[in-house]
Write a protein of this length. Structure first.
Length: 508
């Protein structure tokens, strides 16, 4: 196992956690060792490795500037895994009160061969409530010969009472460059030749977890030998490195909704993992954003789009940031193969930004409409006319909009896929007699509702209105001031509109 072989032997080899390592080494060098540590952070970032080095360091017979010597009897015993006084427990499988009680019962005994007894409790958040209580008692009054190192990937699941009794260290995701450096070092030592682009792909794919990165490297080499090309790496990672993610990013930046939706449909039809495809597209857009902001291509990026600085710089960072924001909302958990969330995310970009629509200051003393409405108390003062009657959140919403929200809620509960087409992609034009007229901003959503969602919508409309309804749809131009179906900003728009004299930009 490559990872086991290249596990750091000393603090100086731990990658990407300098803030922690420096503090620990200083504490060790000045003999200020705490009795309880809590290491939190994402998987594979070095928590257990650092804990084991710390276990050696507190027991080392020849500590050098905080670094364990790795050759003395204590270091050797711990490295070989046969030190009786290093007790490692995986709380994922030993999570009960009895497991912790066993620790408590034995902790009073002096260490058998080392200076300190070190308890390493991995995945500590998995402990049961009773086990945490038992642990807490132990942490309150530990014997001087014992040190606890708790590790967790889920800090929020660790009780505050436990956290407060530990010295806490937050491990970070390792930066891509640092992962690449370490991988390159390992390749040199092992005699592998992997292109830097390939190593970068491995780093990106492992999302800041060095252990995962090294495991991926091992898989690549196992499959393609010691000299894999970048394409081999991509294949091995199951990365399509789908050129279509760049094409989609480009379509979004260039305002080509038709192209964007075509690409999404194509990708979905090919059975591509949409979560990953969306993430890839976001990565491309992030690179574009960086490029726009810095005015220079990101040398660490592999995206060809970046060569094309003209596209992005012409439009500034706003649209790119918004594209990232919308794509990040696409949630495929309910139905992984269904492209609708991504389609809706793309389509949302083509609705004018809310802030622009309300940025016009009110003409007659209403004040600027930019204030976040949610944070503003009902304003006494010179409000006149309907602003004064504005009763609050509910009152800001037109009956049509309230109906549409209700309709969307009911339809998406009944059928998530179809319901998604009602979210942010349409408006209610009228409800008259037995006819519900809806205007859609995008043809794909309209056709979907027309052909497959008609019965659903008519049934739910009947349930809301208490009478049989017939649905009529048409394609409409979305208005610049059309409120988007986003709870936070919808309220803002409505509030702004209710201010006398407020006029959406461009609609004077
Ligand atoms: Zn030593």
């Amino acid at each position: 196992m490559l990872y086991g072989k290249w596990r750091p032997r000393g603090f100086d080899e731990v990658v990407g956690q300098d803030h922690i390592i420096t503090t620990l080494r200083n504490a060790l060098a000045t003999s200020q060792v705490a009795h309880a540590y809590l290491f939190s952070g994402p998987r594979g970032t070095g928590k257990t490795t650092t804990a084991r080095i710390l276990a050696r360091a507190v027991n080392c017979e020849a500590l050098q500037a905080g670094e364990p010597c790795n050759v003395c009897r204590a270091c050797e015993a711990i490295r070989r895994g046969n030190a009786l006084d290093l007790i490692e427990m995986d709380a994922a499988s030993n999570r009960g009160i009895d497991d912790v009680r066993e620790i408590r019962d034995k902790i009073a005994f002096a260490p058998s061969d080392l200076r300190k007894k070190v308890y390493l409790l991995d995945e500590v958040h998995m402990l049961t409530g009773g086990a945490f209580n038992a642990l807490l008692k132990t942490l309150e009054e530990p014997p001087p010969h014992a040190i606890f190192i708790l590790a967790t990937t889920e800090l929020h699941d660790v009780p505050a009472t436990i956290i407060s009794r530990c010295q806490r260290y937050d491990f970070r995701r390792v930066a891509n460059e640092a992962v690449v450096r370490r991988l390159r070092f390992i390749c040199e030592q092992e005699g592998f030749k992997v292109p830097d682009q390939g190593l970068l792909q491995i780093a990106i794919q492992s999302r800041g977890g060095l252990r995962d990165a090294i495991t991926l490297l091992e898989q690549v080499v196992a499959r393609f030998g010691a000299n894999p090309g970048t394409d081999d790496v991509l294949v091995s990672l199951g990365l399509t490195h789908d050129a279509r993610s760049e094409a989609l990013a480009r379509a979004l930046v260039e305002d080509d909704l038709g192209q964007a939706l075509t690409l999404v449909r194509e990708v979905a039809d090919d059975g591509v993992d949409l979560t990953r495809f969306t993430r890839e597209t976001i990565d491309v857009l992030r690179d574009v954003l960086l490029q726009v902001v810095k005015g220079a291509p990101n040398p660490a990026s592999e995206h060809r789009l970046l060569g094309d600085s003209a596209i992005a710089s012409r439009r500034g960072p706003g649209p790119v940031a918004r594209a990232i924001e919308e794509l990040a909302k696409a949630d495929f958990r309910q139905d992984p193969g269904n492209p609708v969330p991504l389609e809706v995310a793309c389509a949302s970009l083509f609705i004018a930004p809310v802030v622009q629509a309300v940025a016009a200051p009110a003409a007659n003393g209403g004040g600027p409409a930019r204030e976040p409405a949610g944070q503003r108390p009902a304003r006494p003062g010179p409000a006149t006319g309907d602003a004064a009657q504005k009763p609050g959140r509910e009152g800001d919403v037109s009956p049509e909009e309230r109906f549409l929200r209700d309709l969307y809620g009911r339809c998406s509960t009944a059928d998530f896929k179809l319901g998604a087409h009602l979210n942010g992609s349409c408006e209610v034009l009228s409800i008259e007699g037995d006819t519900l007229e809806m205007g859609f901003f995008f043809r794909p959503s309209m056709e979907k509702i027309q052909n497959e969602g008609r019965t659903l919508v008519e049934q739910q409309a009947e349930a809301i209105l208490g009478r049989p309804m017939r649905l009529s749809v048409k394609l409409v131009e979305r208005k610049a001031a059309a409120p988007r179906q986003r709870p936070k900003s919808g309220h803002l728009v409505q509030t702004a509109r209710s201010i006398p004299g407020a006029v959406p930009i461009g609609k004077e």
